[in-house]
Design a protein around this ligand. Sequence first.
Ligand code: ADE
Length: 262
Amino acid sequence: MNFIVLTIFPRMFDPFREHGIIRKAIEQQKICVSAIDIRDFATGKHRSTDDRPFGGGCGMVMKPEPLAAAIRSATKTAPLAKKILLTPQGRRFDQRVANELSALNALILICGRYEGVDERICQDFIDDEISIGDYILTGGELAAMIIMDALTRLIPGVLGDKESAEKETFSDNVLKHGQYTRPSSFEGQDVPGVLLSGNHQEIDKWRLEASLIRTFLKRPDLLENRALSKEEINILKKWCIDIEKIIHSQSIHGPGALSGGQ
Ligand code: ADE
């Protein structure tokens, strides 16, 4: 995947390129990350990339000419690239959008700064607007890195077996179950016995149940948007029955009844 980032802070992307899986993906030529300085396309004595808004008001607006020239130049090197503006006004980035974008060969990521980008750029030069969440950053650079990171790990061959993209949080609209590694006992807390049993059928069952419980407790909205399998419905029903038993016992026999009143 070819990522071309347009920014006034291209050096911000140096450390991004130099570490971990991103670095490996670049070395293996699975991705290319180029950060192009919008200021290189600015003219005039001060080569300014921003100006005051017409109509008054506080803050500065990114000027259209340097941005347009930078986008045109990037489009020449990657004619089929999708041009995405990073802005808090865009559609929300999530795993579904990551999967969608990972099918593309090239992206031009345009990092807005200041109070925004001249509206004529948004209208005529952009294919898509993306926000990484409902909060305001000082610019789109971190958003661009987040998007590139999430897309890179979806590219076949980028993650080894160790870091497989399958069976992970959000891959199936459920959160991943808890994970444990050695030691099996840590500060008085033991790893669930089933994970040490070697019985893979039981381990899979435990993991599915743990995933569902975790999703229900932390992100019930994910379950609402998901078609549940028969097995998953049975797991949820079993909890309901267990919870009902506890409530029923409390209402008849009083607090602590199920544990023998201790
Ligand atoms: N630029 C500023 N805030 C942003 C956000 N939340 N998402 C994407 N780009 C941004």
